[in-house]
Structure formats: structure tokens, C-alpha cells
Design a protein around this ligand. Structure first.
Ligand SMILES: Cc1cc2nc3c(=O)[nH]c(=O)nc-3n(C[C@H](O)[C@H](O)[C@H](O)COP(=O)(O)OP(=O)(O)OC[C@H]3O[C@@H](n4cnc5c(N)ncnc54)[C@H](O)[C@@H]3O)c2cc1C
Length: 423
């Protein structure tokens, strides 16, 4: 249901105000004892950079080490625009860590985290061990490729972690003959960025319409229906790409044939494509599994909804895509919001102060064409009875229509959030 923007802004204001009070004495549980001065953060993406930065901003006496395997980070948000051919390269989506490190005195270490010794409060990496009092884990997602027989991401790229995979998929689209068929396979929810596959469908359709006459895109969705912003996507597809998108719900790809360039649905129905983009089902980042942070579902990490502390391992907090954050979608904006709440409460605990109430916010923008976008927004809090993150009543809503203004908001959002992460 679309909510009135005025009401939403009120709620957003409330959410932002609550987030802005982070680090101050809150009104939740009893004071905790200060227990150390070293925090290690794993993962320099949407969640990890912000957690590291905000801990240092709120208490500069805490030593913070951020461990990331790469020397740069490429944002998934907006990478679909590169696939649509309206972004020349990924440079505007790429950040480095030097300014973040210098501005906030964060010790950024480029290394692979190989293990976590929870009892010994030690992170094991390719560059040695790091001791912590509190650990923040934000490693993003891993793919459950074992659920797709024969899957090879060099032949049927996922492009669901931005970088070389995104470039490979674009090259394949460019090399495809006119009149060709693109197949896009969407896994069962939950996955990173609920509207992302439908934005990708729109961007690929736009590319085909402009550059590959007579081509089409077949969307095989394992879900029974479009999982986010359905009405707006259908409206945009009708307006811009009528007849070009063949959307098929409840079609779960379980097997691929790399030689024949085809996929099998539930091992039965075969669908062929010239370019095949498989988005595999997902789970928490590998390190979360190694460290015993994953719950009985064997996929995601259960956490305390106020502090994001793991319910399975003491003094370890999990944020972003890997965590079970109740109603909050797995998005970059959510990861950013969770990181701030988590940072505030780590600082509170380390200083023996009361916890701050959780207040989260999310907006996911999606482009339908080069100029028009749509959005979905929500404000989130903790339901103390359910002990889970829930939407603030009336706060979740979508933009009223496709609009050029939403596209301007989206451009500004990505610029701001990447600047916040890298400076
Ligand atoms: C196509 C697409 C479009 C999207 N669009 C949007 C959007 O418009 N808006 C939005 O809000 N979200 C969007 N998202 C979702 C967003 O990208 C994720 O939700 C977000 O990146 C999650 O942040 P994170 O910190 O959990 O993980 P990430 O940002 O993936 O960061 C994880 C980091 O951890 C590092 N890492 C992992 N394991 C290790 C290890 N063992 N050692 C060292 N480093 C490690 C990785 O290298 C990575 O840099 C989109 C996603 C996709 C795929």
C-alpha cells in the first residue's frame, strides 16, 4: 500500500532522530560492564565500513581494525545500470579505504579472514591473528551453488557481487546476436536486495530494446510472484518493454547444461538462452559458517535485535546481509542502518552505558528506464514481545508511480552513501 509521503517523512524523521541519538543513554535494558577497548570488523562493504567509522566517531579511545580481503569495494547498488548500458564503467561505484582510515584512525588491513576463535577472542587471517574485545562480522552473502547442478559462474554469471562478474555479464550481453534470448533466474527469497532482480530485468530489457533488436528476456522466478514493488514493475514493463519480457513465476532452476546453454526447471522443463544470468540462492558469508554464527536453518545468523550480538557466540555481532534482521530487507541501506545501531550499542556496552533503542530505516530504489525510478521505504523498530525487528506501523510504502524525481533521489542516495562509507 502506498503511504502518504508526509507521513513517511515524519516517521523517517523519527527514525533518523533515534539513530542520531546513538551513543547516548537509552531507555532499554540495564547497564552493561565495560569490557575492553579493541574492536575488529570483518568486511569492508555496506555494513562493515559504517560500523568501523561510527565506533571511532562515538569513542575515539576504542581501537578499531577493519579487515577486508580486497583493496577496494564495488557497490552492487547501481551495478544494474552498468548492465543496462547507461553507465560506462564501474568506477563511480568503486571506493577505496585510504580516506576512511586516515580520517577516523581506523586500522584497515587487507587480508582474508580464515577463522574466528570465539573463546580466545581472536580473528585468524592470512596476515596473522587479531585480538578483539568485540567483533563485528559483515561478510555479505555466499551462494548455495550446490543447489544448482553443473553451475559455473564463468559461463552463466551471477553478477550478484559487483565487479568482474558484472563485467562478464555485460560483455556477454554485448556479444549476443540481435534476436537472441537472455534468461535470468531468480532464487527463492530471502536473498540480497529483493527488488534487485526485477530492476535487472528492466535494465537488460532496456539494453536489448536499444541495442539488440528482436531480442527478449525470459525471467524464471523461483518465487510464486514478483517479491517487491510488483505493481510498479509491471507498470514499467508494460510502458517500456511490452512483449520483450517473458516473466514466468514459480520456476526454480535446479540444473544447468553449460554446453547447450540451457537450464532445467525442477529437473524437468528445459529453457535455452544465448546469455544466461543465474542468481543462485544465498546464505550468510562463508566466515559466518566457519565461526559457528549460523542458526539451525544453516543459512543465516540469528542476532539480538537491539545489539546485533550473535545469539550463538558471545561478543560477536553480525550485521548486514548475513544477519537475521527480522523485517528489514537484505539491502545496503539496511546494512548501513544496522551498522549504526550496532556501533552505538557496542560503544554503550564498552562504556557501561545503557543500550540505545533500535531504529532502522531502509529505502530501495530501482530504475525502470534510463530516467525513471521507483522506491520502497520502511522504518523499523524492535517488538519487545516478539523480540524481533518489525516495521513501524504505516511506515512501509512504495513511491506512487514511475518518476524522474525518484531517479534523481536514487542518484543522490548512492553518491551520499558511498561517500559516507569511504570518508
Ligand atoms: C544487483 C544488486 C543491486 C542492489 N541494489 C541495492 C540498492 O539499490 N539499494 C540497497 O540498499 N541495496 C542494494 N543491493 C544490496 C546490497 O548490495 C547488499 O545488501 C549490501 O552490500 C550488504 O552489505 P554487507 O556489508 O552485508 O555485505 P557487502 O557489502 O557485500 O560487504 C561484504 C564485504 O566483506 C568482505 N569479506 C567477506 N568475507 C571475507 C573474509 N573472509 N575476509 C575478508 N573480507 C571478507 C567482502 O569482500 C565484502 O567487501 C543490491 C545488490 C545487488 C546484487
Amino acid at each position: 500500500m502506498t503511504m502518504e509521503r508526509r507521513n513517511f517523512l515524519k516517521l523517517l524523521g523519527a527514525g533518523a532522530a533515534a539513530t542520531a541519538t546513538v551513543g547516548m543513554a537509552g531507555c532499554a535494558s540495564s547497564p552493561a560492564m565495560a569490557n575492553g577497548r579493541k574492536v575488529v570488523v570483518i568486511g569492508g562493504g555496506y555494513g562493515g565500513t559504517i560500523a568501523a567509522k561510527y565506533i571511532r566517531m562515538m569513542d575515539a579511545t576504542i581501537e578499531v581494525t577493519l579487515i577486508e580481503r580486497n583493496d577496494h569495494y564495488v557497490s552492487c547498488p547501481f551495478s544494474n545500470l552498468y548492465l543496462g548500458g547507461i553507465m560506462p564503467d564501474l568506477s563511480s561505484l568503486t571506493i577505496k579505504y585510504d580516506k576512511l582510515a586516515a580520517n577516523h584512525g581506523i586500522n584497515v588491513v587487507q587480508a582474508e579472514v580464515t577463522g574466528i576463535d570465539a573463546a580466545g577472542h581472536t580473528v585468524k587471517t592470512s596476515k596473522g591473528d587479531f585480538k578483539y574485545d568485540r567483533l563485528v562480522v559483515s561478510p555479505g552473502v555466499e551462494f548455495r551453488t550446490d543447489e544448482i547442478k553443473g553451475y559455473d559462474d564463468q559461463i552463466m554469471p551471477h553478477a550478484w557481487k559487483a565487479g568482474p562478474q558484472t563485467m562478464l555479464l555485460r560483455k556477454q550481453l554485448e556479444a549476443m546476436k540481435p534476436g537472441g534470448t537472455v534468461v535470468l533466474s531468480i532464487p527463492l527469497a530471502p536473498f540480497r536486495c529483493p527488488p534487485g532482480p526485477y530492476e535487472r530485468t528492466s535494465m537488460i530489457a532496456m539494453y536489448l530494446k536499444q541495442h539488440k533488436p528482436g531480442s527478449k528476456i525470459i525471467v524464471l522466478d523461483a518465487n510464486p510472484d514478483i517479491v517487491s514493488k510488483k505493481g510498479l514493475f509491471l507498470k514499467g514493463w508494460k510502458k517500456h518493454y511490452d512483449g520483450l519480457i517473458d516473466y514466468r513465476p514459480a520456476k526454480k532452476v535446479t540444473e544447468v547444461d553449460n554446453k547447450n546453454m540451457s537450464v532445467l526447471i525442477e529437473g524437468l522443463e528445459e529453457v535455452k538462452g544465448d546469455v544466461i544470468n543465474i542468481i543462485p540462492p544465498q546464505k550468510a558469508g562463508h566466515i559466518a559458517h566457519v565461526a559457528g554464527l549460523v542458526g539451525p536453518d544453516k543459512k543465516w545468523c540469528p542476532v539480538n535485535p537491539m545489539t546485533f550480538e550473535s545469539t550463538l557466540q558471545k561478543d560477536i555481532h553480525v550485521i548486514g546481509d548475513s544477519s537475521i534482521a527480522g523485517a528489514m530487507p537484505k539491502s545496503g541501506y539496511s546494512a548501513n542502518s544496522e551498522a549504526k545501531v550496532c556501533a552505538a550499542n557496542i560503544v554503550a556496552v564498552m562504556n557501561g552505558r545503557e543500550l540505545t533503542e533500535m531504529s532502522g530505516v531502509n529505502t530501495c530504489y530501482s530504475f525502470l528506464s534510463a530516467k525513471e525510478a521507483v522506491s520502497v521505504t520502511g522504518v523499523y523498530t524492535v517488538d519487545k514481545v516478539k523480540n524481533a525487528i518489525v516495521p513501524v506501523p504505516g511506515s512501509v510504502g512504495v513511491s506512487p508511480d514511475l518518476s524522474e524525481l525518484e531517479a534523481v533521489y536514487a542518484q543522490s542516495w548512492v553518491k551520499n552513501i558511498l561517500t559516507e562509507m569511504s570518508s
